[in-house]
Structures are given as C-alpha cells and as structure tokens.
Ligand binder design. Structure first.
Ligand SMILES: [Cu+2]
Length: 344
C-alpha cells in the first residue's frame, strides 16, 4: 500500500515536471504571446477560431524622445516644419480593436487564415490658437466600423521534434472606410475629414510577409519573428500609410501543461506616410502631417496563457519602454491584448 502511494506520488511529481514530452505543441504555450500572430500551423482539416481584443492607450505628445504637455504641443507646432497644431493638438487616444481570426490547416505544412477587424478609435484634443471655437478648450472625436481584412497562408518551411520555421505570406484588403468627416473640432462650424490616425484602415492592399522561428523545450519555448506591413501603391485619397517592421523575441515558461507565462521584447519601426490626402492641411493638426508618422518603439510584453479543456486563453500587457517619434505624435504608453481560441 505504502509502495503504491509512493509510486503514485512519483508519477504525479514526475508528470508535473516532465509534462508534454509526447507533444510539445499541445501545451499552454502552443501559441506565441497574445500580441503576435503567424507563429503556428494547424493539422490538415483542423480549424481554429479566435476572438481577440486589443486596446492601446496613448496619453500625451512626444517630439523625438521628449514628452510634451498639451500647451507645449501647441507651442511646438508654431515653429515646426511644417507648422502645425494651429487648429488643435491631440492630447490622448485609445485605439481599441475587436478581431475575429479563423485558421484552417490545409496540409501538414500549409495553413490558411483570415482576420476581420473592428476598430474603435477615440481621440481627445485641445483647441489651438486659430480655432474659431476658441483656443484651450477640449473636444473628443470617435470613429468605429470595419477595418481592413487580413488574409494569408502560413508555410512551414522546416520542422523537427522541437523546431518550427514558418513563413507568413499574408496581406490585407482595403475593406475599411478611410474617409469620414467630423464637425467636432470647430464646435459644429466646419466639416473636416478625420485625420490619419483616426481612420479605420490603410485604403491600400498591403503585403504582410513575415517569418517565425520557434523552438520548444521541456519547460518552455522560445521564438523570434520578423513581421512586416507594406502598403502597395497609394489609396484613392492619394496617400499611403507607413511601412511597418516588427522584430519580436519571446520566451514562454510552462508552469504546468495548462498554464504558461511569457516575456517578449518588440522592436517596431514605422516609416512616414507617402503622398498626401488633398484635404488634410498640415497647419490644422499634427495628425494631418504625413512626415510626422514614423518612428521607433521598443515594447515589453508580459503575458500568460491558460489551456482549459481545449480553450486557450491568452493575455498580454505591453508597456512601452522607449519611443523616438518623427516630428510630434501621441506617444504609446501601453497596450493590452487578450484572446480566446479553440481548435477543432
Ligand atoms: Cu491557430
């Protein structure tokens, strides 16, 4: 009896240590941290459905690496090249996104996916010196609807017992309405198009190639990913959003088969916009300025994942560590990404 108990104890203890030996890809760390995509493939015939929520919080302006108060942001625009923020300056913003992500394994090494996006964008502003509604008062604009639709194929180029190398041949379709107007800035007097960061999509077809290498260990997994977002040509408003390049590296630690935690470092480079929407005067507000869109951001990701009866819950908090922005822009303070997914 005692020998039996010891045996059971050993099996439990050993089981919790040496979990997952049989299948390293079915633990709580089977997907990358919540902020990333394109890191895994599915078996032939297998579907995955995911609901993903993201919110990005941006509070206060930044010129280069220097933080500016609302009054300083208005003053900055008086002498910047080009002159801007005469009508208003953004002061804070939340960029919320609901996403429906569907994946299907076609062969051992090819998985197709699509993602439908519903952004909801809210921006607070302070009125500038040339605003007919009076300088110094605040107003808020809001926009929401369908975003651009992501589609793509994941090609597993190499795989062995504990490695995956996956090429992402992705892109986005311009399904978002990019031209909407508002009367809020002038307190109802004039109708103006919403500026660039308030728009729901890029208006162009974008190529989004990327590549991910992932390695599984007994007690965790490591991954690195290079992912791009490259608009092709100009949209019908005669501009293109910036190119985006993301380099991510992460480690997920498996605490039990059903629970893991992760740390991630993200380098994000963005270029300025190309072309110009003919109705977006630079002098009005900094969010109309094409050359004030690029920059570099270093983010940290702290995440956790739980795998419960086949339901994967994945959450990540992403504080910004360092940001160097072209011209003047709202700084990104932090984001949260949470997802529920299930494969069947
Ligand atoms: Cu999936």
């Amino acid at each position: 009896m005692i020998r039996k108990l010891i045996l059971v104890g050993c099996v439990v203890a050993f089981g919790s240590q040496a979990f997952g030996h049989g299948d390293l890809r079915s633990r709580a760390d089977k997907h990358a941290p919540a902020g990333l995509m394109g890191d895994h493939v599915h078996e032939p015939g297998e579907w995955m459905v995911e609901y993903r929520y993201m919110n990005m919080y941006m509070d206060g302006n930044r010129a280069g690496t220097r933080r500016l108060s609302d009054a300083e942001s208005i003053a900055f625009g008086a002498t910047s090249d080009p002159v801007t923020n005469r009508g208003a300056s953004p002061s804070s913003m939340t960029h919320e996104m609901h996403m429906l992500h569907v994946m299907r394994g076609m062969t051992d090494d090819i998985t197709l996916y699509t993602m439908i996006m519903l952004p909801s964008i809210t921006m607070d502003h302070i009125r500038g010196p040339m605003n007919p509604a009076g300088a110094g008062s605040y107003f808020t604009t809001h926009n929401s609807g369908f975003g651009d639709t992501t589609i793509g194929a994941l090609l597993r180029l190499y795989s062995d017992a504990d490695d995956d190398l996956i090429l992402n041949l992705g892109g986005s379709l311009p399904t978002a309405d990019i031209f909407r107007t508002t009367r809020e800035p002038t307190g109802g007097m004039m109708e103006q198009p919403l500026p660039y960061p308030m728009r729901l999509g890029s208006g162009t077809f974008n190529a989004r190639p990327g590549i991910t290498w992932k390695r599984y260990f007994d007690h965790g997994s490591f991954g690195t990913q290079f992912q791009t977002d490259l608009p092709i040509g100009r949209n019908y408003r005669d501009y293109s959003v910036g190119d985006e390049f993301r380099l991510n590296t992460w480690y997920s630690h498996v605490l039990t088969d059903h629970f893991s935690t992760s740390l991630r470092i993200e380098n994000l480079w963005r270029t300025n916009y190309g072309g110009a929407d003919p109705i977006s005067p630079d002098a009005l507000i900094s969010t109309n300025v094409e050359s004030f869109r690029g920059g570099y951001t270093l983010n940290l990701g702290v995440g956790a994942a739980a795998l419960l009866n086949g339901h994967l819950l994945n959450v990540e908090i992403v504080p910004m560590l360092h940001q160097d922005l072209n011209g003047i822009q709202l700084e990104t303070d932090w984001s949260i990404v949470a997802s529920w997914s299930k494969s069947f």
